[in-house]
Design a protein around this ligand. Sequence first.
Ligand code: L3W
Ligand code: SF4
Length: 431
Amino acid sequence: MAIFEKGIIFEGVDTSDQSCWTLAAYQARGGYSALRKLVENKTPQDEVIAEVKNSSLRGRGGAGFPTGLKWSFMPRSFPGDKYVVCNSDEGEPGTFKDRDIMWYNPHALIEGMIIAAYAMGVKTGYNYIHGEIFEVYERFEAALAEARAAGLLGDNILGSEFSFDLFAHHGYGAYICGEETALLESLEGKKGQPRFKPPFPASFGLYGKPTTINNTESFASVPFIIKDGATNFLEAGKPNNGGTKLFSISGHVNRPGNYEIPLGTPFAALLEMAGGMKNGKKLKAVIPGGSSAPVLPGEVMMDLTMDYDSISKAGSMLGSGAVIVMNEDVCMVKALERLAYFYHEESCGQCTPCREGTGWLYRVIHRIENGLGRPDDLDLLTSVGNNMAGKTICALADAAVFPVRSFTKHFRQEFEYHIENKKCLVDHKWF
Ligand code: L3W
Ligand code: SF4
């Protein structure tokens, strides 16, 4: 996917240059100067964490949890091993941003993780990379080798007393391994199934030790915060929503791809950047934050800005920033059927409400789509969803229910039409 707008992470990255990912290219862009500044000045750990807190950086993986606050949970005086882990298990339908960070600018992530380790007094880190992106994994390994050879990883980094090593781990492609505790289980060599929370990874993480897990984009934002200051980062976005954010736009736009833009940018401006609606069709609906985020009608989206607060006030989530744009030709029943199948397929099966409920949701929507819907099917979907949401170990069950609730709320007429007339209200050409 191409990157069309560049902000903090992609500033100065010439993606047409085959060597833009290398250590030499990164250093020519000012890379590793943030780390150098910290180790040379022996900056106190608390100062680094305070800077990240002040930047208002919020987790870019989906939950938007404040990164500096998360770092402050790490017990500094803990006597044994503790870890930093990067969640690069990008698998949310619609999301394709983290792979581009690792492909075009892997050293930004590596430097961000080294800074995190410095701030939290950690000696070992892992980057868990989604199993279906082979070339990206190999490139990240190559970048790690460069960093090690240059003394940026390993013992006595840049001649200081600070030592840290970082390893890549290739997953196997299961969506659930993007859930942080399933990721840790998988990293330990076990079946990737989520753990009960609490305890959170901050106190009981990898191998039962304190662990800080952040998303790829979150770590890759850190070098800028240290180099240019929290205020500059914060001011690039809006209060409580600091910085720029990568939005992966897919669907019926003229230029699908990744756009790194200030948080708080109007959705209408983002749509314009993406070349507007394909073939001049009307905007019908938008999933603003990956398939787990509730869908919103197009006219609602046109009044929103792209930031955590604005999207959640409208009843959805900014999530991982995957913006799925749907035009007037999309059959919302077919679209929901596709999403329901995904969650049914990806449920890890541990909890009965999720294992059985995702199957019920899929089968009921499937029969509505195929002209076999029954008059009480919409009530049945509501009832199944109410028996799933908030009743399971992890958020996958909720993620399966949110689209069902929002599609049947905003586009109820289409579902009713399918049930009553055994055919589609729109001439669907996409799904
Ligand atoms: C210590 C506490 N730590 C919270 C930590 C927690 C985690 C972070 C956020 O789900 C969402 C999900 C998907 N002491 C803590 C604490 N933490 N309280 O803060 O926690 P949480 O539970 O709010 O979220 P989560 O489990 O990380 C993430 C949504 O993101 N999503 C998923 C996208 C998927 C991808 C992908 O494929 N890679 O991005 C999109 O919307 O549904 O709601 O670290 O430990 N008291
Ligand atoms: Fe597994 Fe679903 Fe339970 Fe999550 S909610 S632990 S995916 S069964």
